[in-house]
Write a protein that binds this ligand. Structure first.
Ligand SMILES: Nc1ncnc2c1ncn2[C@@H]1O[C@H](COP(=O)(O)OP(=O)(O)OP(=O)(O)O)[C@@H](O)[C@H]1O
Ligand SMILES: N[C@@H](CCO)C(=O)O
Length: 301
């Protein structure tokens, strides 16, 4: 039996579309047991009513991709999922499922893939690397496809940095939130994001929270997604007014996230209340960055 813990993640951090992500202290657990034959899947917590319990389950599919790649036949599998990460809300639930499935399967198969190979496989399954990288490595991770491989650099989260998240009750699949994006963007918008993402990464590397202010704005994805998240602009403005240093859509949404080092509870309440005033029931949480990524909590042979 292998038990793996995987953090939630928030991707993009505003201007870092598809290339920046941060792990959060909110964890799912994947337990995997090798059987002689068959498949049994149990799901507890978030998504228990809707997550597939057959061969289409994302954790199972990720595990089988790894077993096939390394040439290992597991026989059957029993999988138990204990979920704390809300599903299809922009907090990396699919990345946690993929990463948890891969890590557990890799341990069962004898640890044949390296961390780098796990990242390449996870990014191929997810379609982009910005959630799976921090899910694997923890902290903040910058990723980019360079010469055919996923290049990555990990940054320790600045001390004192915390996040207030407002999570609407409705779901928004990443697939749908990507369908509204344009095929082309203007040079002006590209340059707007380039400067901000460079400043944002510099601020995070230096732990300079003052430099975060204003540099989490985006013109490549958020303006197109605003129509999918009622009240988005007002909630982000309320978070800023309550003292947040940086605010943005979390991943593909609909969760909105605000970063600050003080007044987190106040910011979270302002965000939730503004969603409510705009007819969107939501819950709010204050989360710390998770410096650790996916890891095995228990291995029994
Ligand atoms: N714990 C889980 N176990 C198995 N499958 C899961 C689990 N959590 C999520 N999924 C799968 O991932 C899908 C949601 O993925 P999607 O990319 O749309 O949202 P997200 O990953 O929560 O958001 P984002 O990528 O914006 O952070 C679910 O519909 C389900 O198929
Ligand atoms: N970068 C991705 C993250 C969500 O999976 C997006 O914004 O579509």
């Amino acid at each position: 039996m292998v038990r793996v813990q995987v953090p939630a993640t928030t991707a993009n951090l505003g201007p870092g579309f598809d290339c920046l992500g941060l792990a959060l202290k909110l964890y799912n657990t994947v337990e995997m047991v090798r059987l002689h034959a068959g498949l049994s899947i149990e799901v507890h917590g978030e998504g228990a009513q809707e997550i597939a319990r057959d061969q289409t389950n994302v954790v199972y599919r990720a595990a089988m991709r790894l077993f096939n790649q390394v040439g290992f036949a597991p026989g059957g599998l029993r999988i138990r999922l204990i979920n704390n990460i809300p599903v299809a809300r922009g907090l990396g639930s699919s990345a946690s499922a993929i990463t948890g499935g891969l890590i557990a399967a890799n341990i069962i198969a004898g640890g044949r893939l390296t961390q780098k190979e796990l990242l390449t496989l996870a990014a191929a399954i997810e379609g982009h690397p910005d959630n799976v990288a921090p899910a694997l490595f923890g902290g903040i991770v910058v990723t980019s496809a360079v010469e055919g491989e996923v290049r990555y650099a990990r940054i320790d989260p600045p001390s004192g940095l915390k996040a207030a998240v407002a999570i609407p009750e409705f779901k928004l699949s990443t697939r749908m939130a990507r369908e509204v994006l344009p095929q082309q963007v203007s040079m002006q918008d590209a340059v707007f994001n380039l400067g901000r993402v460079a400043l944002l990464v510099t601020a995070l590397c230096r732990g300079d929270l003052g430099l975060l202010t204003g540099v989490m704005e985006d013109r490549l994805h958020q303006p197109y997604r605003a129509s999918l998240v009622p009240g988005m602009k007002k909630v982000l403005a309320a978070a800023r007014l309550a003292g947040a240093r940086g605010v943005c859509l979390s991943g593909a949404g609909p969760t909105l996230i605000a970063f600050a080092d003080t007044n987190l509870e106040l910011i979270a309440r302002a965000m939730k209340d503004t969603f409510t005033q705009n007819g969107v029931p939501a819950r709010a949480m204050v989360l710390e960055p998770s410096p650790i990524g996916a890891r095995a909590l228990e291995i029994k042979t």
